[in-house]
Design a protein around this ligand. Structure first.
Ligand SMILES: *Cc1c(COP(=O)(O)O)cnc(C)c1O
Length: 449
């Protein structure tokens, strides 16, 4: 292949091939070299091959190899080959997902993905799905639907009148809620500091008995998958109480919601199907390329009413109009890769992906304990917290393993203890990667002694 796209595909393949042997974090040299991208903006543009060649030669080595099988940072997730390929084709299509009219193929793929996801995750039939950038915008969108519905029930049209002088909405969260929820609450006008925090247990789970009195002007925000421990709030107990009182229940399930796709782990997420809105990420555990988040709203009209405009120039076809379900109007067709990922995995493949990551996380935790290190959390899902002693020592080990390069895990703070956080969320990770990582950590610790 000698064409621009053919050459680029070769470069991309070579990059992915090279992940097996390169270090996970970029070297200091590679990062320093990024200044080579800052060429003087030419008066006359460069040839396409020259642009791509500079991008690859300088850019590729300076990437964090988060597509690699030994990247365990945050909860990032790899990219399934089929999903990546679909992403390339979608790039060539350059579709605008705003309307059926601007892209029938995007609308149809999102309609199919919506049905597949709702069924796979055991959610209420007819639930609407919005294809957004990530869990933060999914949390934002779910909260927007909640705000509109609760205030509408009080006779207040928040779209028209805004929040000033509106009946006051109470927001309940667990003490270990994610920073993304705090951001979304701020964006939606609820204020980051107005929340009522429910105490949590040692795994970060809300204590159901400590739920405050809730009513028809309350949004209860649960978490499915704590970013540190992987634990789940007790949805079954809380959702029933909240819904009986007329409250809205929103769930931040950025990665934990995917447990529902696995018969083995679905028990952790029991009861979530009764929530009014749920946020999750497809770029995390479904392993589609960045960026891709999903909001599920049980009452489809609630999401549509919170997101639509009524501009007269918008011709509606009676088909799925993407922008009815998202804050954006123009946007890329995220459902394209989701459709491809689900079709290439199948039901069993998705369940197997979830199970494998969880089993590898358990394996890692067991091996670390065997080597004499301390696991701080109950490893119920794919997240593992390791302590190497006091704060200074743990930070030292985390920093040293990052620069050593065999694997990458980040640092975190868990209920007052500093830890290394390890997340298994890629299709590519194998037992061999776990063992290699354990050995690398062991060596780093030995070299510090
Ligand atoms: C990752 C994560 C988020 C934020 O998701 P983005 O995709 O970064 O917007 C929110 N909540 C939890 C629990 C997460 O793990």
């Amino acid at each position: 292949m000698t064409s621009l796209l053919g050459n680029t595909a070769n470069r991309a393949e070579k990059y992915l091939e090279g992940l097996k042997t390169r270090r996970v974090s970029p070297s200091d040299e590679a990062v320093n070299n990024l200044k080579k991208l800052d060429v003087e903006l030419p008066k006359k543009g460069w040839e396409p091959d020259r642009v791509i060649s500079l991008l690859d030669e300088v850019g590729s080595p300076a990437t964090v190899a988060s597509a690699d099988s030994r990247y365990f940072g945050f909860v990032i997730g790899g990219s399934l080959p089929t999903a990546l390929a679909a992403n390339w084709l979608a790039g060539a299509w350059d579709q605008n997902g705003v309307l059926y009219l601007t892209s029938p193929v995007t609308a149809v793929l999102e309609e199919i993905s919506e049905q597949w996801l709702v069924e796979l995750l055991g959610l209420h039939p007819g639930t609407a799905v919005g294809f957004v950038t990530g869990a933060t915008m999914a949390n934002f969108s779910g909260l927007a639907a909640a705000r509109n519905v609760l205030l509408e029930r009080q006779g207040w049209d928040v779209e028209a009148k805004g929040l000033f002088s509106a009946p006051e909405i109470k927001v309940v969260v667990g003490e270990e809620y994610h920073a993304s929820m705090r951001k979304a609450l701020g964006l939606i006008g609820f204020g980051r500091d107005r929340v009522i925090k429910v105490p949590v247990d040692k795994q970060g789970r809300m204590i159901a008995a400590k739920l405050p009195t809730v009513d028809e002007l309350t949004i209860v925000c649960l978490q499915a998958g704590n970013v540190n421990t992987g634990s789940f709030d007790p949805a079954e107990e809380i959702i029933q109480t909240a819904k009986n009182a007329g409250a809205w229940v929103h769930v931040d399930g950025a990665f934990g919601l995917w447990a529902k796709a696995s018969p083995k782990y679905a028990g952790l997420a029991k009861g979530l199907e009764f929530a009014d809105s749920i946020a999750t990420d497809a770029h995390k555990w479904l392993n589609v390329p960045y960026d891709s988040g999903l909001v599920f709203v049980r009452d489809r009209n609630a999401l549509a009413r919170a997101m639509t405009t009524s501009a007269a120039y918008l011709i509606e076809s009676g088909r799925r109009e993407g922008y009815f379900y998202t804050p954006e109007m123009s946007r890329r067709g995220r459902g394209i890769e989701i459709w491809a990922a689900l079709l290439s995995l199948g039901r069993d493949g998705l369940a197997e992906l979830i199970d494998r990551c969880c089993q590898l996380a358990s394996k890692f935790a067991n091996r670390m304990e065997e080597e004499g290190f301390t696991v701080l959390n109950d490893v119920v899902l794919n997240q593992v917290l390791i302590s190497f002693g006091d704060t200074e020592r743990t930070n030292k080990v985390t920093k040293a393993i990052q620069s050593e390069g065999t694997m990458w895990a980040g640092g975190t703070e868990w209920q007052g203890t500093t830890a290394m956080r390890f997340s298994v969320s890629s299709w590519a990770t194998t037992e061999n990667d776990i063992e290699k990582s354990v050995q690398a950590i062991k060596q780093v610790v030995e070299s510090l002694d």
